[in-house]
Design a protein around this ligand. Structure first.
Ligand code: NI
Length: 210
């Protein structure tokens, strides 16, 4: 088990385009993914991309709790920086429109190697995001509401899925890391960028971080 150091905004590894993986089944990739899983669990996050642990390769991982599970967790836990999915008004990462408030199924922990994301329509939704590489902050980010994504698993098999709402948001956020893009660069209204501790102090509600 190894918990890796997480790169923070400003580190060059977060700005570059990551390299593809040539052999998803290699021992090297398996070891990196294992360490990334430990790191993600330790940080209590929802998603992680390899550049965030200083490895400029095209690997992402994420987990999406079902909507009910996220709401329950947010209600139970004290204000604490963790996980991508806040539920507190106005700090919910579920987004402020009905599209991301629909009950969503849980998405099991997924490792994607060399992922590709394509929008399924021009429709976008605005929702709260935060990032382990941008600690302490959250902001509202427009994202495609529905996407199709594909990538390889550790056995080299292709995964193809369609995602909507928060699931689609998490995938877009993580895959952006592979192209050197952090969520503040996607924001259309920088006035919503805020310290989660300030938001929690004002709403008394928990704020979660990815
Ligand atoms: Ni991130």
């Amino acid at each position: 088990m190894a918990i890796l150091k997480i790169a923070r905004m400003g580190h060059p590894v977060l700005k570059r385009v990551a390299e593809p993986i040539s052999d998803p089944t290699s021992a090297e990739v398996r070891r990196l993914v294992s360490d990334m899983l430990d790191t993600l669990e330790d940080a209590d996050g929802t998603g992680l991309a390899a550049p965030q642990v200083h490895v400029p390769r095209r690997i992402v991982m994420f987990y999406v709790a079902g909507t009910r599970a996220r709401r329950a967790a947010a209600a139970d836990e004290p204000a604490k920086a963790q996980g991508p999915s806040g539920t507190a008004p106005p700090t919910s990462m579920e987004g402020k429109d009905e599209g991301e408030d629909e009950d969503e199924p849980e998405v099991p922990l997924t490792v994607l190697i060399n992922p590709l994301v394509e929008p399924l329509s021009d429709e976008t939704a605005v929702g709260w995001e935060s990032c382990l590489s941008v600690p302490g902050l959250a902001g509202q980010v427009p994202r495609h509401r529905a996407v199709r994504y594909r990538g390889l698993n550790l056995r080299g098999e292709e995964i193809v899925r369609e995602a909507r709402g928060f699931h689609a948001r998490v995938v877009q956020h993580e895959c952006d890391h592979l192209d050197g893009v952090l969520y503040p660069q996607r924001m259309s209204d920088l006035s919503t960028l805020a310290f989660t501790s300030e938001m929690a102090a004002r709403t008394g509600a928990p704020v979660r971080e990815e």
